[in-house]
Design a protein around this ligand. Structure first.
Ligand SMILES: NC(=O)c1ccc[n+]([C@@H]2O[C@H](COP(=O)([O-])OP(=O)(O)OC[C@H]3O[C@@H](n4cnc5c(N)ncnc54)[C@H](OP(=O)(O)O)[C@@H]3O)[C@@H](O)[C@H]2O)c1
Length: 330
């Protein structure tokens, strides 16, 4: 008889109320997989997008094709986890039973559950000893997105970087990682979040409720838009020669701009889904262990409060990550 576990599932697209607690089969690791007993997970902006199908302009059809035309194909959301290895497949050599790990299945999701299997060579790394499970669970979504975009931009020490949306899940990692790579960083946030962004190492902060970043006369090598409210046309004057706009939350117009903008001059637009690289998860572990990347946790919820966690993320006002403790015994 197969064993079961508790998981939050969604069978249709919609508001936080479509998320239901269910008893589902407990996964069994294949030869090259480990079984993680999940202690903590997160609800991200990505979960909000896949639950509601609220996607950037022009991407609605693509989203349905990827996620399920009528109903979600993967009923368990959650792209980040941290926990303990409970079992390993016969060919696993990198991990042992009992080790504390964190992981990023990313778009494959499945972390809003008591257990998940992960390939040993997938996005899985040992939990940094200086982090709690909650902190480790919150490293990867913003962290790997930031590593991807900064790598694509070819960030160099001394670059001037502007991060729009510096207080969000992606923005808080982007500010810290751009600083780590030696950039001079300006963060754009609202009044209540300016102190947070400065505490992450930003050299300057701009309060978007009082000042338009595009009107200040400053120019940057890299502008990162994690909000999706700007455009290349708006950023052109704040981008230096060979400047790059990283359109993290891009819709179709910015994706098309990646093609035509280079034809018009030296500037570039970089957009599209971030690659999910196992090496990035391992790099995030090292960066967190060294203190270069500090997890930013806004609210913590108990497993029974999953729908409340979704509702809070849906406000679009979260600061850093929203964490859900799955197994409070740890
Ligand atoms: N391309 C990819 O592969 C990829 C990967 C990950 C995420 N994304 C996308 O990136 C976007 C950001 O994700 P996230 O997880 O960082 O979202 P998030 O955590 O939900 O972002 C919320 C934050 O954005 C701030 N914000 C809202 N409007 C703002 C504005 N006009 N100016 C400056 N800050 C503003 C909010 O601060 P206030 O409350 O102070 O306004 C809040 O702190 C999402 O659209 C997500 O889908 C894309």
């Amino acid at each position: 008889m197969s064993q079961t576990m508790k998981a939050y599932v969604y069978r249709r697209y919609g508001g936080p109320d479509v998320v239901e607690l269910a008893e589902v089969p407990k996964p069994v690791p294949r030869a090259n997989e480990v079984l993680v007993r999940i202690c903590a997970t997160t609800v991200t902006s990505g979960d909000w997008r896949v639950r509601t199908l609220s996607v950037p302009k022009g991407l609605g059809l693509v989203a349905r094709l990827m996620l399920g035309i009528v109903r979600p194909r993967q009923p368990i959301m959650g792209s980040e986890l941290a926990g303990t290895i409970e079992a390993i497949g016969q060919n696993v050599t990198r991990f042992r039973v009992g080790e504390e790990v964190f992981g990023f299945p990313g778009g494959a999701m499945g972390c809003h559950a008591q257990y998940r299997t992960m390939a040993e060579d997938g996005g899985l790394a040992r939990k940094p000893a200086n982090l709690s499970f909650e902190e480790a669970a919150s490293l990867s979504f913003g962290g790997s997105t930031s590593l991807h975009f900064l790598r694509k931009a070819g960030i160099e020490a001394g670059d001037k970087v502007l991060v729009v949306g510096a207080s969000g899940g992606v923005g808080t990692a982007m500010v810290q990682l751009a600083k780590h790579f030696g950039a001079e960083v300006t963060g754009v946030a609202s009044t209540v979040n300016l102190a947070l962004v400065a505490s992450l190492g930003a050299d300057r902060v701009i309060d978007y409720t009082r000042e338009d970043f595009a009107a200040g006369g400053e120019a940057y090598d890299i502008v990162v838009d994690t909000v999706g409210e700007t455009s290349f046309a708006r950023c052109r004057n704040v981008l230096r020669d060979r400047g790059r706009l990283l359109a993290v939350a891009a819709g179709l117009p910015e994706m098309l701009a990646t093609l035509w903008v280079p034809l018009t001059g030296s500037r570039r637009v970089i957009a599209g889904p971030a690659e999910e690289r196992p090496d990035d998860v391992r790099q995030l572990a090292e960066l967190a262990e060294s203190g270069a990347l500090k997890p930013v946790i806004d609210r913590r919820y108990a497993f029974q409060q999953m729908a409340e966690a979704h509702a809070y993320v849906e406000t679009g006002r979260k600061r850093g990550s929203v964490v859900v403790t799955v197994d409070p015994a740890r």
